[in-house]
Design a protein around this ligand. Sequence first.
Ligand code: ADP
Length: 403
Amino acid sequence: MKILVINAGSSSLKYQLYNMTDETVLASGRVERIGMDSSIVTHEPADKPEVRHVSEILDHTTAVKRVIDMLTDAEHGVLHNMNEIDAVGHRIVHGGETFKDSVVVNQEVKLEIKRLFDLAPLHNPAHMMGINAVEANLPNVPQVVVFDTAFHQTMPRTSYLYPIPTVLYNRHKVRRYGFHGTSHKYVSSQASAFLGQPLEQLKMVSCHIGNGASCTAILDGKSFDTSMGMTPLEGLMMGTRSGDLDPAIVPYVMNKEELTLNEVNSMLNKHSGMLAVSGLSSDMREVEQAMNEGDSRAKLAFDMYVYRLRKYIGAYAAGMNGIDVLLFTAGVGENSSTLRRAVCEGLTFLGIELDEERNSVRSKETRYISADSSKVKVLVVPTNEELLIARDTYELVQRKQNS
Ligand code: ADP
């Protein structure tokens, strides 16, 4: 079975084509600048050179058509024709309280995703354009939606409710949803397989540290608490997002600086975090480099980033009354040995002992970075959200065909 995985944004669309027989990626790519002039399609077949096309792509339906054209192209393609695409899996940011798992798309599912537009106004409408675009180009191909929030639907009320008037939850569903669920689910099950221990028997803290960052406590094999909240702004300090702050700062700053809601939203999401404190960059590589060259603002940004992450790990260890496994994933978590060392150095009280040599190894494999004597196993687990989307799609479509 061949499965196309799509991540549709408002002006971009990323794709990967999987052969599920051996879970290999046959081709991947992206369409950028949809709806603008000079849209760019970058197509990377597994065994052929990358190609780039610049043309006008005004909407998502045309974008999906171009992707299919690329996949079936005589020279750059990997398929004979589009009938070889058996199913399509979509990444969807927000599944609200309705979607506790991935589902096959039908009219009802589409209506529900639409109802959730309010909760993810930047993301869900774009995902819906992706679903409709596939429907227009591949009308008989089953589609599956995989939600970033779904894994966290197991959180108890003590974790997901905010201590504000209950009417806000009842009327507007104001609560913690959490994000990066696909990644936390994937890496926690990889870690359990690597350790040869059932997930249900491990108290785990999973740190997905990329541009966006979140930390999840996994207890009895389920998400027990997570640092992102009703939106991805809450929790850890991130590349450009502030993470946790005193909510009273918002009206105070709006008043003092005469900011609108949009402006303050943009300040906290796009102009805060590592970028604001370092005054330099949201990119961890650049911050680390500047810090090594003696830049004091970069050092402060790095130290704050580490401190805030360490506090969450400690909080979740307390929340679960213990921790057996700490794992790092995503761009920073997988690649920055400096970050991992700095975080773990302050957690020796939990029984965390890093092995310096293991920590400095660069690899794309799941691996230990803790010492053999460490009470808590510390792992680096490369994430692969697309693969999990492809697996869920495969499983659901097979189940549907067999029923
Ligand atoms: P996104 O949230 O956009 O998916 P990624 O998971 O790709 O983000 O992570 C991007 C981040 O990973 C960037 O801040 C980048 O600096 C960081 N990163 C990538 N490689 C390294 C590295 N070798 N050392 C430190 N940080 C790195």
